[in-house]
Design a protein around this ligand. Structure first.
Ligand code: 6MZ
Ligand code: ZN
Length: 348
């Protein structure tokens, strides 16, 4: 991260709903990982995209491969998860839904189950340490791994949902959007939905996925990641927009991620404008704060300066995000009270 957001945005209580664990690893944590694994010869410029730089989606996905090389043991995952949770808390995030793809690393003996357990242990330790943030977890399906792995992942997520006292709340569908087809993953997603897992799906992140998007919208998902190419001006369709509006599906919008990954030409052309103007539930998120060198305060500030939002508009935006969480009703009420309590301090 190169520049800090204005104090208003940092003190604003925030909800983060779209954060991939390994994309959220900070510069400082990468330093520690590089020191643990000097033989990999990994340098900083291979793990983060600085301000002003742009990458193709393909290049972005190569960055994740590098980070995965650095994060391949239980100890690494534990440290990464703890650091990421602490960093979001330090940035004023009061409620975080973290997502990550369970990985198996034969070399280090890591299993998918241990992977998830380790992340959850880190989250619990943060809670025990009194870190001021509520965290929930979404198990991620990487779309490039196909039908069987997707089904396995859903079964794992289901088990964790039932055994973790509400810490695991849902499922994410992510991975390189140019690889694979949603149709192959539909049975797994249907099963997830039927067993009570909430669905947060990356949808229409790249152009020309009308058919896949239409199909996945029939589920329907509980939230949409990006939805960059849903609306007709960019090759989507009114039918898709209508389906999203009719089902009132909130969008998770990640400005810097989309601009640096070049699916959106510049901030002012971000589809935030389209959905926000319609009054559709839109939640500002980071996606990968480490990889894209940002944080949630900066993303709120960017949205405000780009689209001329007042402090009052920004406050409403962060407050309305509470209703888009997968948190139980009691926690939503607690969060709303937190916002009321914190308001005088933010607007002092
Ligand atoms: C830039 N837009 C994006 N589009 C789609 N998937 C993305 C993504 N950013 C991140 N991921 C998904 O998250 C993984 C890294 O975190 P975890 O190892 O799961 O914690 C990536 O490998 C990819 O599957
Ligand atoms: Zn994402």
């Amino acid at each position: 991260m190169e520049k800090q957001a204005d104090i208003f945005y940092r003190e604003l209580p925030k909800v983060e709903l779209h954060a991939h664990l390994n994309g959220s690893v900070s510069f400082q944590t990468i330093e520690k990982l590089i020191a643990r694994k000097p033989h990999l010869n990994i340098e900083h410029n291979m793990t983060a995209i600085r301000n002003g730089q742009r990458r193709t989606m393909d290049e972005c996905f190569r960055v994740f491969k590098v980070i995965h090389q650095l994060v391949d043991t239980e100890e690494d995952i534990f440290m990464v998860a703890k650091d990421v949770v602490n960093e979001f808390a330090a940035d004023g995030v009061k409620y975080l839904e973290l997502r990550s793809t369970p990985r198996e690393e034969i070399k280090t003996g890591l299993t998918k189950r241990r992977y998830v357990e380790t992340v959850l242990e880190a989250v619990k330790q943060c809670k025990g340490d009194g870190v001021d943030i509520d965290v929930r977890f979404l198990v991620a399906i990487d779309r490039r791994n196909g039908t069987e792995v997707a089904m396995e992942t859903v079964k794992l997520a289901e088990e964790f949902m039932l055994s973790t006292d509400g810490l695991v709340v849902g499922l994410d569908l992510s991975g390189d959007p140019t690889v694979g087809h949603g149709r192959d993953l539909l049975p797994a997603l249907v099963r997830a939905k039927n067993c009570g897992l909430k669905l947060a799906l990356h949808l229409s992140e790249v152009p020309s996925q009308l058919e896949e998007t239409e199909l996945l919208l029939t589920l329907p998902p509980d939230r949409i990641g990006h939805g960059t190419f849903l609306h007709p001006d960019v090759g989507g369709s009114q039918t898709l927009v209508d389906a999203v509006v009719k089902n009132n599906i909130p969008l998770e919008l990640c400005l810097t991620s989309n601009v640096k990954g070049q699916t959106v030409p510049c901030y002012s052309e971000h589809h935030f404008k389209f959905w926000y103007q319609m009054g559709h539930p839109s939640v500002i998120c980071t996606d990968d704060k480490g990889v894209f060198s940002t944080d949630l305060s900066q993303e709120y500030e960017l949205a405000a300066t780009t689209f001329g939002l007042s402090h009052e508009d920004v406050w409403k935006l962060s407050q309305q995000a509470i209703d888009c969480t997968f948190a139980p009703e009691t926690l939503k009420q607690q969060l709303k009270q937190r916002w009321i309590d914190l308001r005088p301090r933010v607007f002092r």
